[in-house]
Design a protein around this ligand. Structure first.
Ligand SMILES: Nc1ncnc2c1ncn2[C@@H]1O[C@H](COP(=O)(O)OP(=O)(O)OP(=O)(O)O)[C@@H](O)[C@H]1O
Ligand SMILES: [Mg+2]
Length: 521
């Protein structure tokens, strides 16, 4: 560094951190300059979150030196990190579900009148902050009632409300759609000035290209290198990250099953969202469900598996109309549901990898009241290997795994469960590019075995990579279906953004998408 150059805003030299059985970080360097967005990438379990937890005072390092504005610092606690101007948006939310949006944002710093919290002022301040950030959220809503995307927005508002100089965002966009990502990037650009900087973690390559100036790559707890974003092709970065080439532009092959219908949904409506949705799923088919946030995709999945009540309509499984009142009943009827919210419904993080993978399939392993412990271990090991779940042992508690590896445990659980119909809601959320490709292969092999899948995803490249057919939803309706050869990012977006008045009905809309070209103005 030349003497006329300012010291980096933040610098890490030789950081190391070990957990029992795992060397999470080993000799990692990182430099953040004022005015920049530095992307940090690496496979699931590479050590990204651990490094960020050292910077935000959540963990203490085994080794390493830390500097803020060139001055050595010790970041001994989250409070100390905040004093140093370091704010973090954690990968796993730190919100209190029973409090409101405003109460969460100002937790511990509420405006008061004497000893009492001034609720009116609290809500007003929150309203102002949310307006300023351009976030459409009601400050008085209970956080637990919000979608995952909205909860993410609350986290972001909370972090931006602290006067931070260094803002760390650990996978802030994992649950956001493209429009919301654009809003977030706008917020980031407004936040960054010569005295501030952002460390941005994401598994979505196009985002890194759009938002970062430099990219630092970690692999297996080690520092691999740092590149300038503008001068580097993303394939190169993926190569640094996983050490092999990954095809990120792949497309599903045409459907090759026998066409028999395994799941038929007729005229399904719910009080809250869905309006007269009808669709079918064929044996061996992967049906992608696309749509903007709030289009009703998760509501559709939840209504099918009985997590939410239907107000009208029928769901038939293998030709028989069924009344299903809970996801457990759905699973018993052969319909598995992997929820978008893995913490609430997916895994029990205080239990082991093994128990999470096999628990819901336990009856299979019991004969005459005796559990086949060896059999259970073998299955848990098989799926840990197949999905490359990074863990020192199948007995490790899930809460000690990295975010992406926790998600793999949820997937493994449903693969073991042996349902013929699987509904996966954002299955690869937080999963790295290499592992995504492996999961797509796995979904394909399930379909080839004759299982049928509905895959809900906000990432259009993912929808195109896995779907034989794409159903597009908008405002609680199914507005069109596209065959594998008709589906493209453009045709899907075209349907997903149609307003109610433009939609005549599911079938005509599907036709329209193929035959009509939008009139350009
Ligand atoms: N509290 C803990 N106890 C034991 N092991 C841990 C703990 N926290 C992290 N690890 C391990 O440290 C390694 C690095 O995890 P980390 O969460 O930093 O990965 P990551 O790069 O953020 O991955 P992801 O992309 O999946 O979020 C992993 O092998 C993880 O299992
Ligand atoms: Mg992480």
């Amino acid at each position: 560094m030349s003497p006329d150059q300012a010291a980096p805003l933040l610098e890490v030299r030789g950081a190391a951190k070990a957990f029992p059985g795992v060397k999470a970080l080993d000799g990692v360097d990182l430099t953040l300059f004022g005015g920049e967005v530095l992307a940090l990438i690496g496979e699931n379990g590479a050590g990204k979150s651990t490094l960020m937890k050292l910077l935000s005072g959540v963990y203490t390092p085994d080794e390493g030196e830390f500097f803020v504005d060139g001055e050595p610092v010790e970041i001994t606690s989250p409070a100390r990190a905040e004093e140093l101007g370091i704010a973090i948006i954690h990968q796993e939310f730190n919100l209190v579900p029973d409090l409101t949006v405003a109460q969460n944002i100002y937790l511990g710093r509420e405006p008061r009148i004497g000893p009492f919290i001034n609720e009116a002022a609290l809500n007003r301040q929150a309203r102002e902050l949310l307006d300023e950030l351009g976030l459409q959220l009601d400050p008085t809503s209970r956080v637990g009632s919000l979608t995952v995307a909205s909860q993410q927005m609350v986290e972001i508002a909370k972090a931006l409300n602290i006067n931070a100089r260094v803002l760390i965002m650990d996978e802030p966009t994992a649950a956001l759609n493209d429009a919301e990502v654009a809003t977030l990037h706008e917020l980031i650009r407004r936040f960054v000035n010569p005295a501030t900087g952002v460390i941005y973690i994401s598994h979505r390559m196009p985002e890194l290209k759009a938002i970062s100036q430099r990219i630092t790559v970690l692999r297996d707890g080690q520092y691999v290198g740092t590149v300038n974003t503008a001068e580097t092709h993303m394939d190169q970065v993926v190569g640094m990250m996983v050490g092999r080439e990954i095809d990120t532009t792949r497309r599903q092959a045409p459907y090759a099953g026998d066409g028999s219908v395994v799941l038929a949904v007729e005229g399904l409506s719910t009080r809250s969202k869905l309006k007269n949705v009808s669709l079918t799923l064929r044996k061996g088919e992967i049906l992608g469900v696309a749509g903007l946030m709030g289009a009703g995709r998760t509501e559709l999945a939840r209504a099918i598996v009985g997590a939410d009540p239907m107000s009208s309509g029928t769901v038939s499984i293998h030709g028989t109309p069924r009344t299903i009142h809970s996801p457990a009943a759905a699973a018993a009827a052969g319909v598995g549901y992997l929820s978008e919210d893995r913490k609430a419904l997916g895994v029990i993080t205080s239990q082991s990898v093994r128990d999470n993978i096999v628990l819901s399939s336990l009856p299979r392993f019991f004969r005459r009241g005796l559990g086949d412990e060896r059999g259970i271990d073998d299955v848990a090991r098989e799926y840990t290997d197949r999905l490359r779940i990074k863990t020192p042992s199948i007995r490790q508690l899930v809460k000690n795994l990295s975010g992406g590896n926790q998600q793999k445990v949820v997937i493994a659980k449903w693969l073991v469960r042996d349902c013929d119909i699987l509904i996966f809601d954002e299955p690869t959320r937080g999963i790295d590019v290499g592992a995504k490709a492996e999961i797509y292969d796995l979904l394909n092999s399930l379909a080839a075995e004759g299982k049928s899948l509905i895959v809900i995803s906000s990432e259009l490249p993912e929808v195109l990579a896995v779907s034989h057919r794409v159903a597009v939803m908008c405002e609680g309706r199914l507005v069109g279906e596209l065959d594998q050869h008709e589906a493209s990012q453009e045709s899907i977006m075209d349907l997903a953004t149609r307003t109610e008045s433009a939609v005549a009905g599911p079938h005509s809309a599907s036709q329209a998408a193929v035959t009509e070209r939008p009139v350009s103005s």
